[in-house]
Design a binder for this molecule. Sequence first.
Ligand code: PLP
Length: 416
Amino acid sequence: MRFAVSITKGIEERKWKLMNKETCIERAENNLVHTYNRFSLVIDHGEGVRLYDTDGREYLDFAAGIAVCALGYGNKGYENALKNQVEKILHISNLYYSEPTVEAAQKALAASGMDRIFFTNSGTEAIEGAIKAAKKYAYTRDGHAGHEMIAMNHSFHGRSIGALSVTGNPHYQEPFAPLLPGVKFAEFNDLESVKALVTDKTCAIIMETVQGEGGIYPAEPEFLKGVRRLCDERDILLILDEIQCGMGRTGKMFAWQHYGVKPDIMTCAKALGNGVPVGAFFLTARVAEKSLAPGDHGTTYGGNPLVGAAVSAVFDQFEELGLLEHVNRVAPYLEHKLDALVEKHEFLTARRGMGLMQGLECALPVGTVAAKALDQGLVVITAGTNVIRLVPPLVITEADVDEMIEKLERTFSNCH
Ligand SMILES: *Cc1c(COP(=O)(O)O)cnc(C)c1O
């Protein structure tokens, strides 16, 4: 009741919310498992490419909830699709058919040129499914289990045990050993290091097309093509993780579409639902035929009608807003501005990235930069140990880029 009264009165509301910020943070720290060191920011709502905290302060968002909110905030077409679905039905289980899910599947397959899709609830579950699909394919082909995988150093594929097992970051892995056996790590962008690890038991090579958490490293064309060739020669499945770099972020719907190669299995999540928790793994027909069959895999929620409506609406909005064209227009401007910044400041040593997935290698402590950027009304995140990561909503404009650069400049001058 207190809530209902306070939100109807302007002054009361501010008081309530002000109190609420501190209480909110204190309660979060007392109640939630401490797996994150959170910024001291209680986000209330969003509009366009801006976030507002509970004190009414505005922030320009160049993080998009970690590359999730591609459409920004308040997209009416997307929101109405969700509202309509909420009023019909949220969930039915995978024992029955539902139209929104079928529609979402058709749109995702059309955009990717893949043949089958399985909806999951997160990125890490998409990776779990991809691993199982690859193992089952090799099992069907060879008549026995016991296959191995090759993954990349500095990769990130998620936090569940299977995904963690192919994540090339000893710091994340160490406390949870023993992990999945039979995973070997090669150097990203070093074809010889991959070749050296291939054996008769290798069933899959897994990598991000653009490494995200590891520090924004795009695959070099010769490397990706070389791995594809290697996979073709040895009937090894190429699993491309497009969870962060997919869904238009690099200027094509999926980053591998820049390279003239195609994966056998692809994973997607983050922007796929624009905030509704959903992931997916995609298979080619050749893999699907010899892979997961009834009883091999499942999920209670995966691809339920709400999620189906969300994914479907996301693909519709990409068309309606011409988002790929937009990314390809605004990204060169962002790159140009970032290059100028690198030129200007000695502590910035490189820019890397594709499209609206950009990283600035920075000699200042990047955690401090991200925290101080908030004081300037700018949300950015980090990657690896020394990269400022920019993964804004795909709807940002040149003016937003200019504003980001100004705010970042002011942030830098407060970091010395
Ligand atoms: C975020 C991410 C994941 C994990 O996704 P979750 O939804 O957090 O489980 C996997 N791979 C890549 C490349 C990611 O960026």
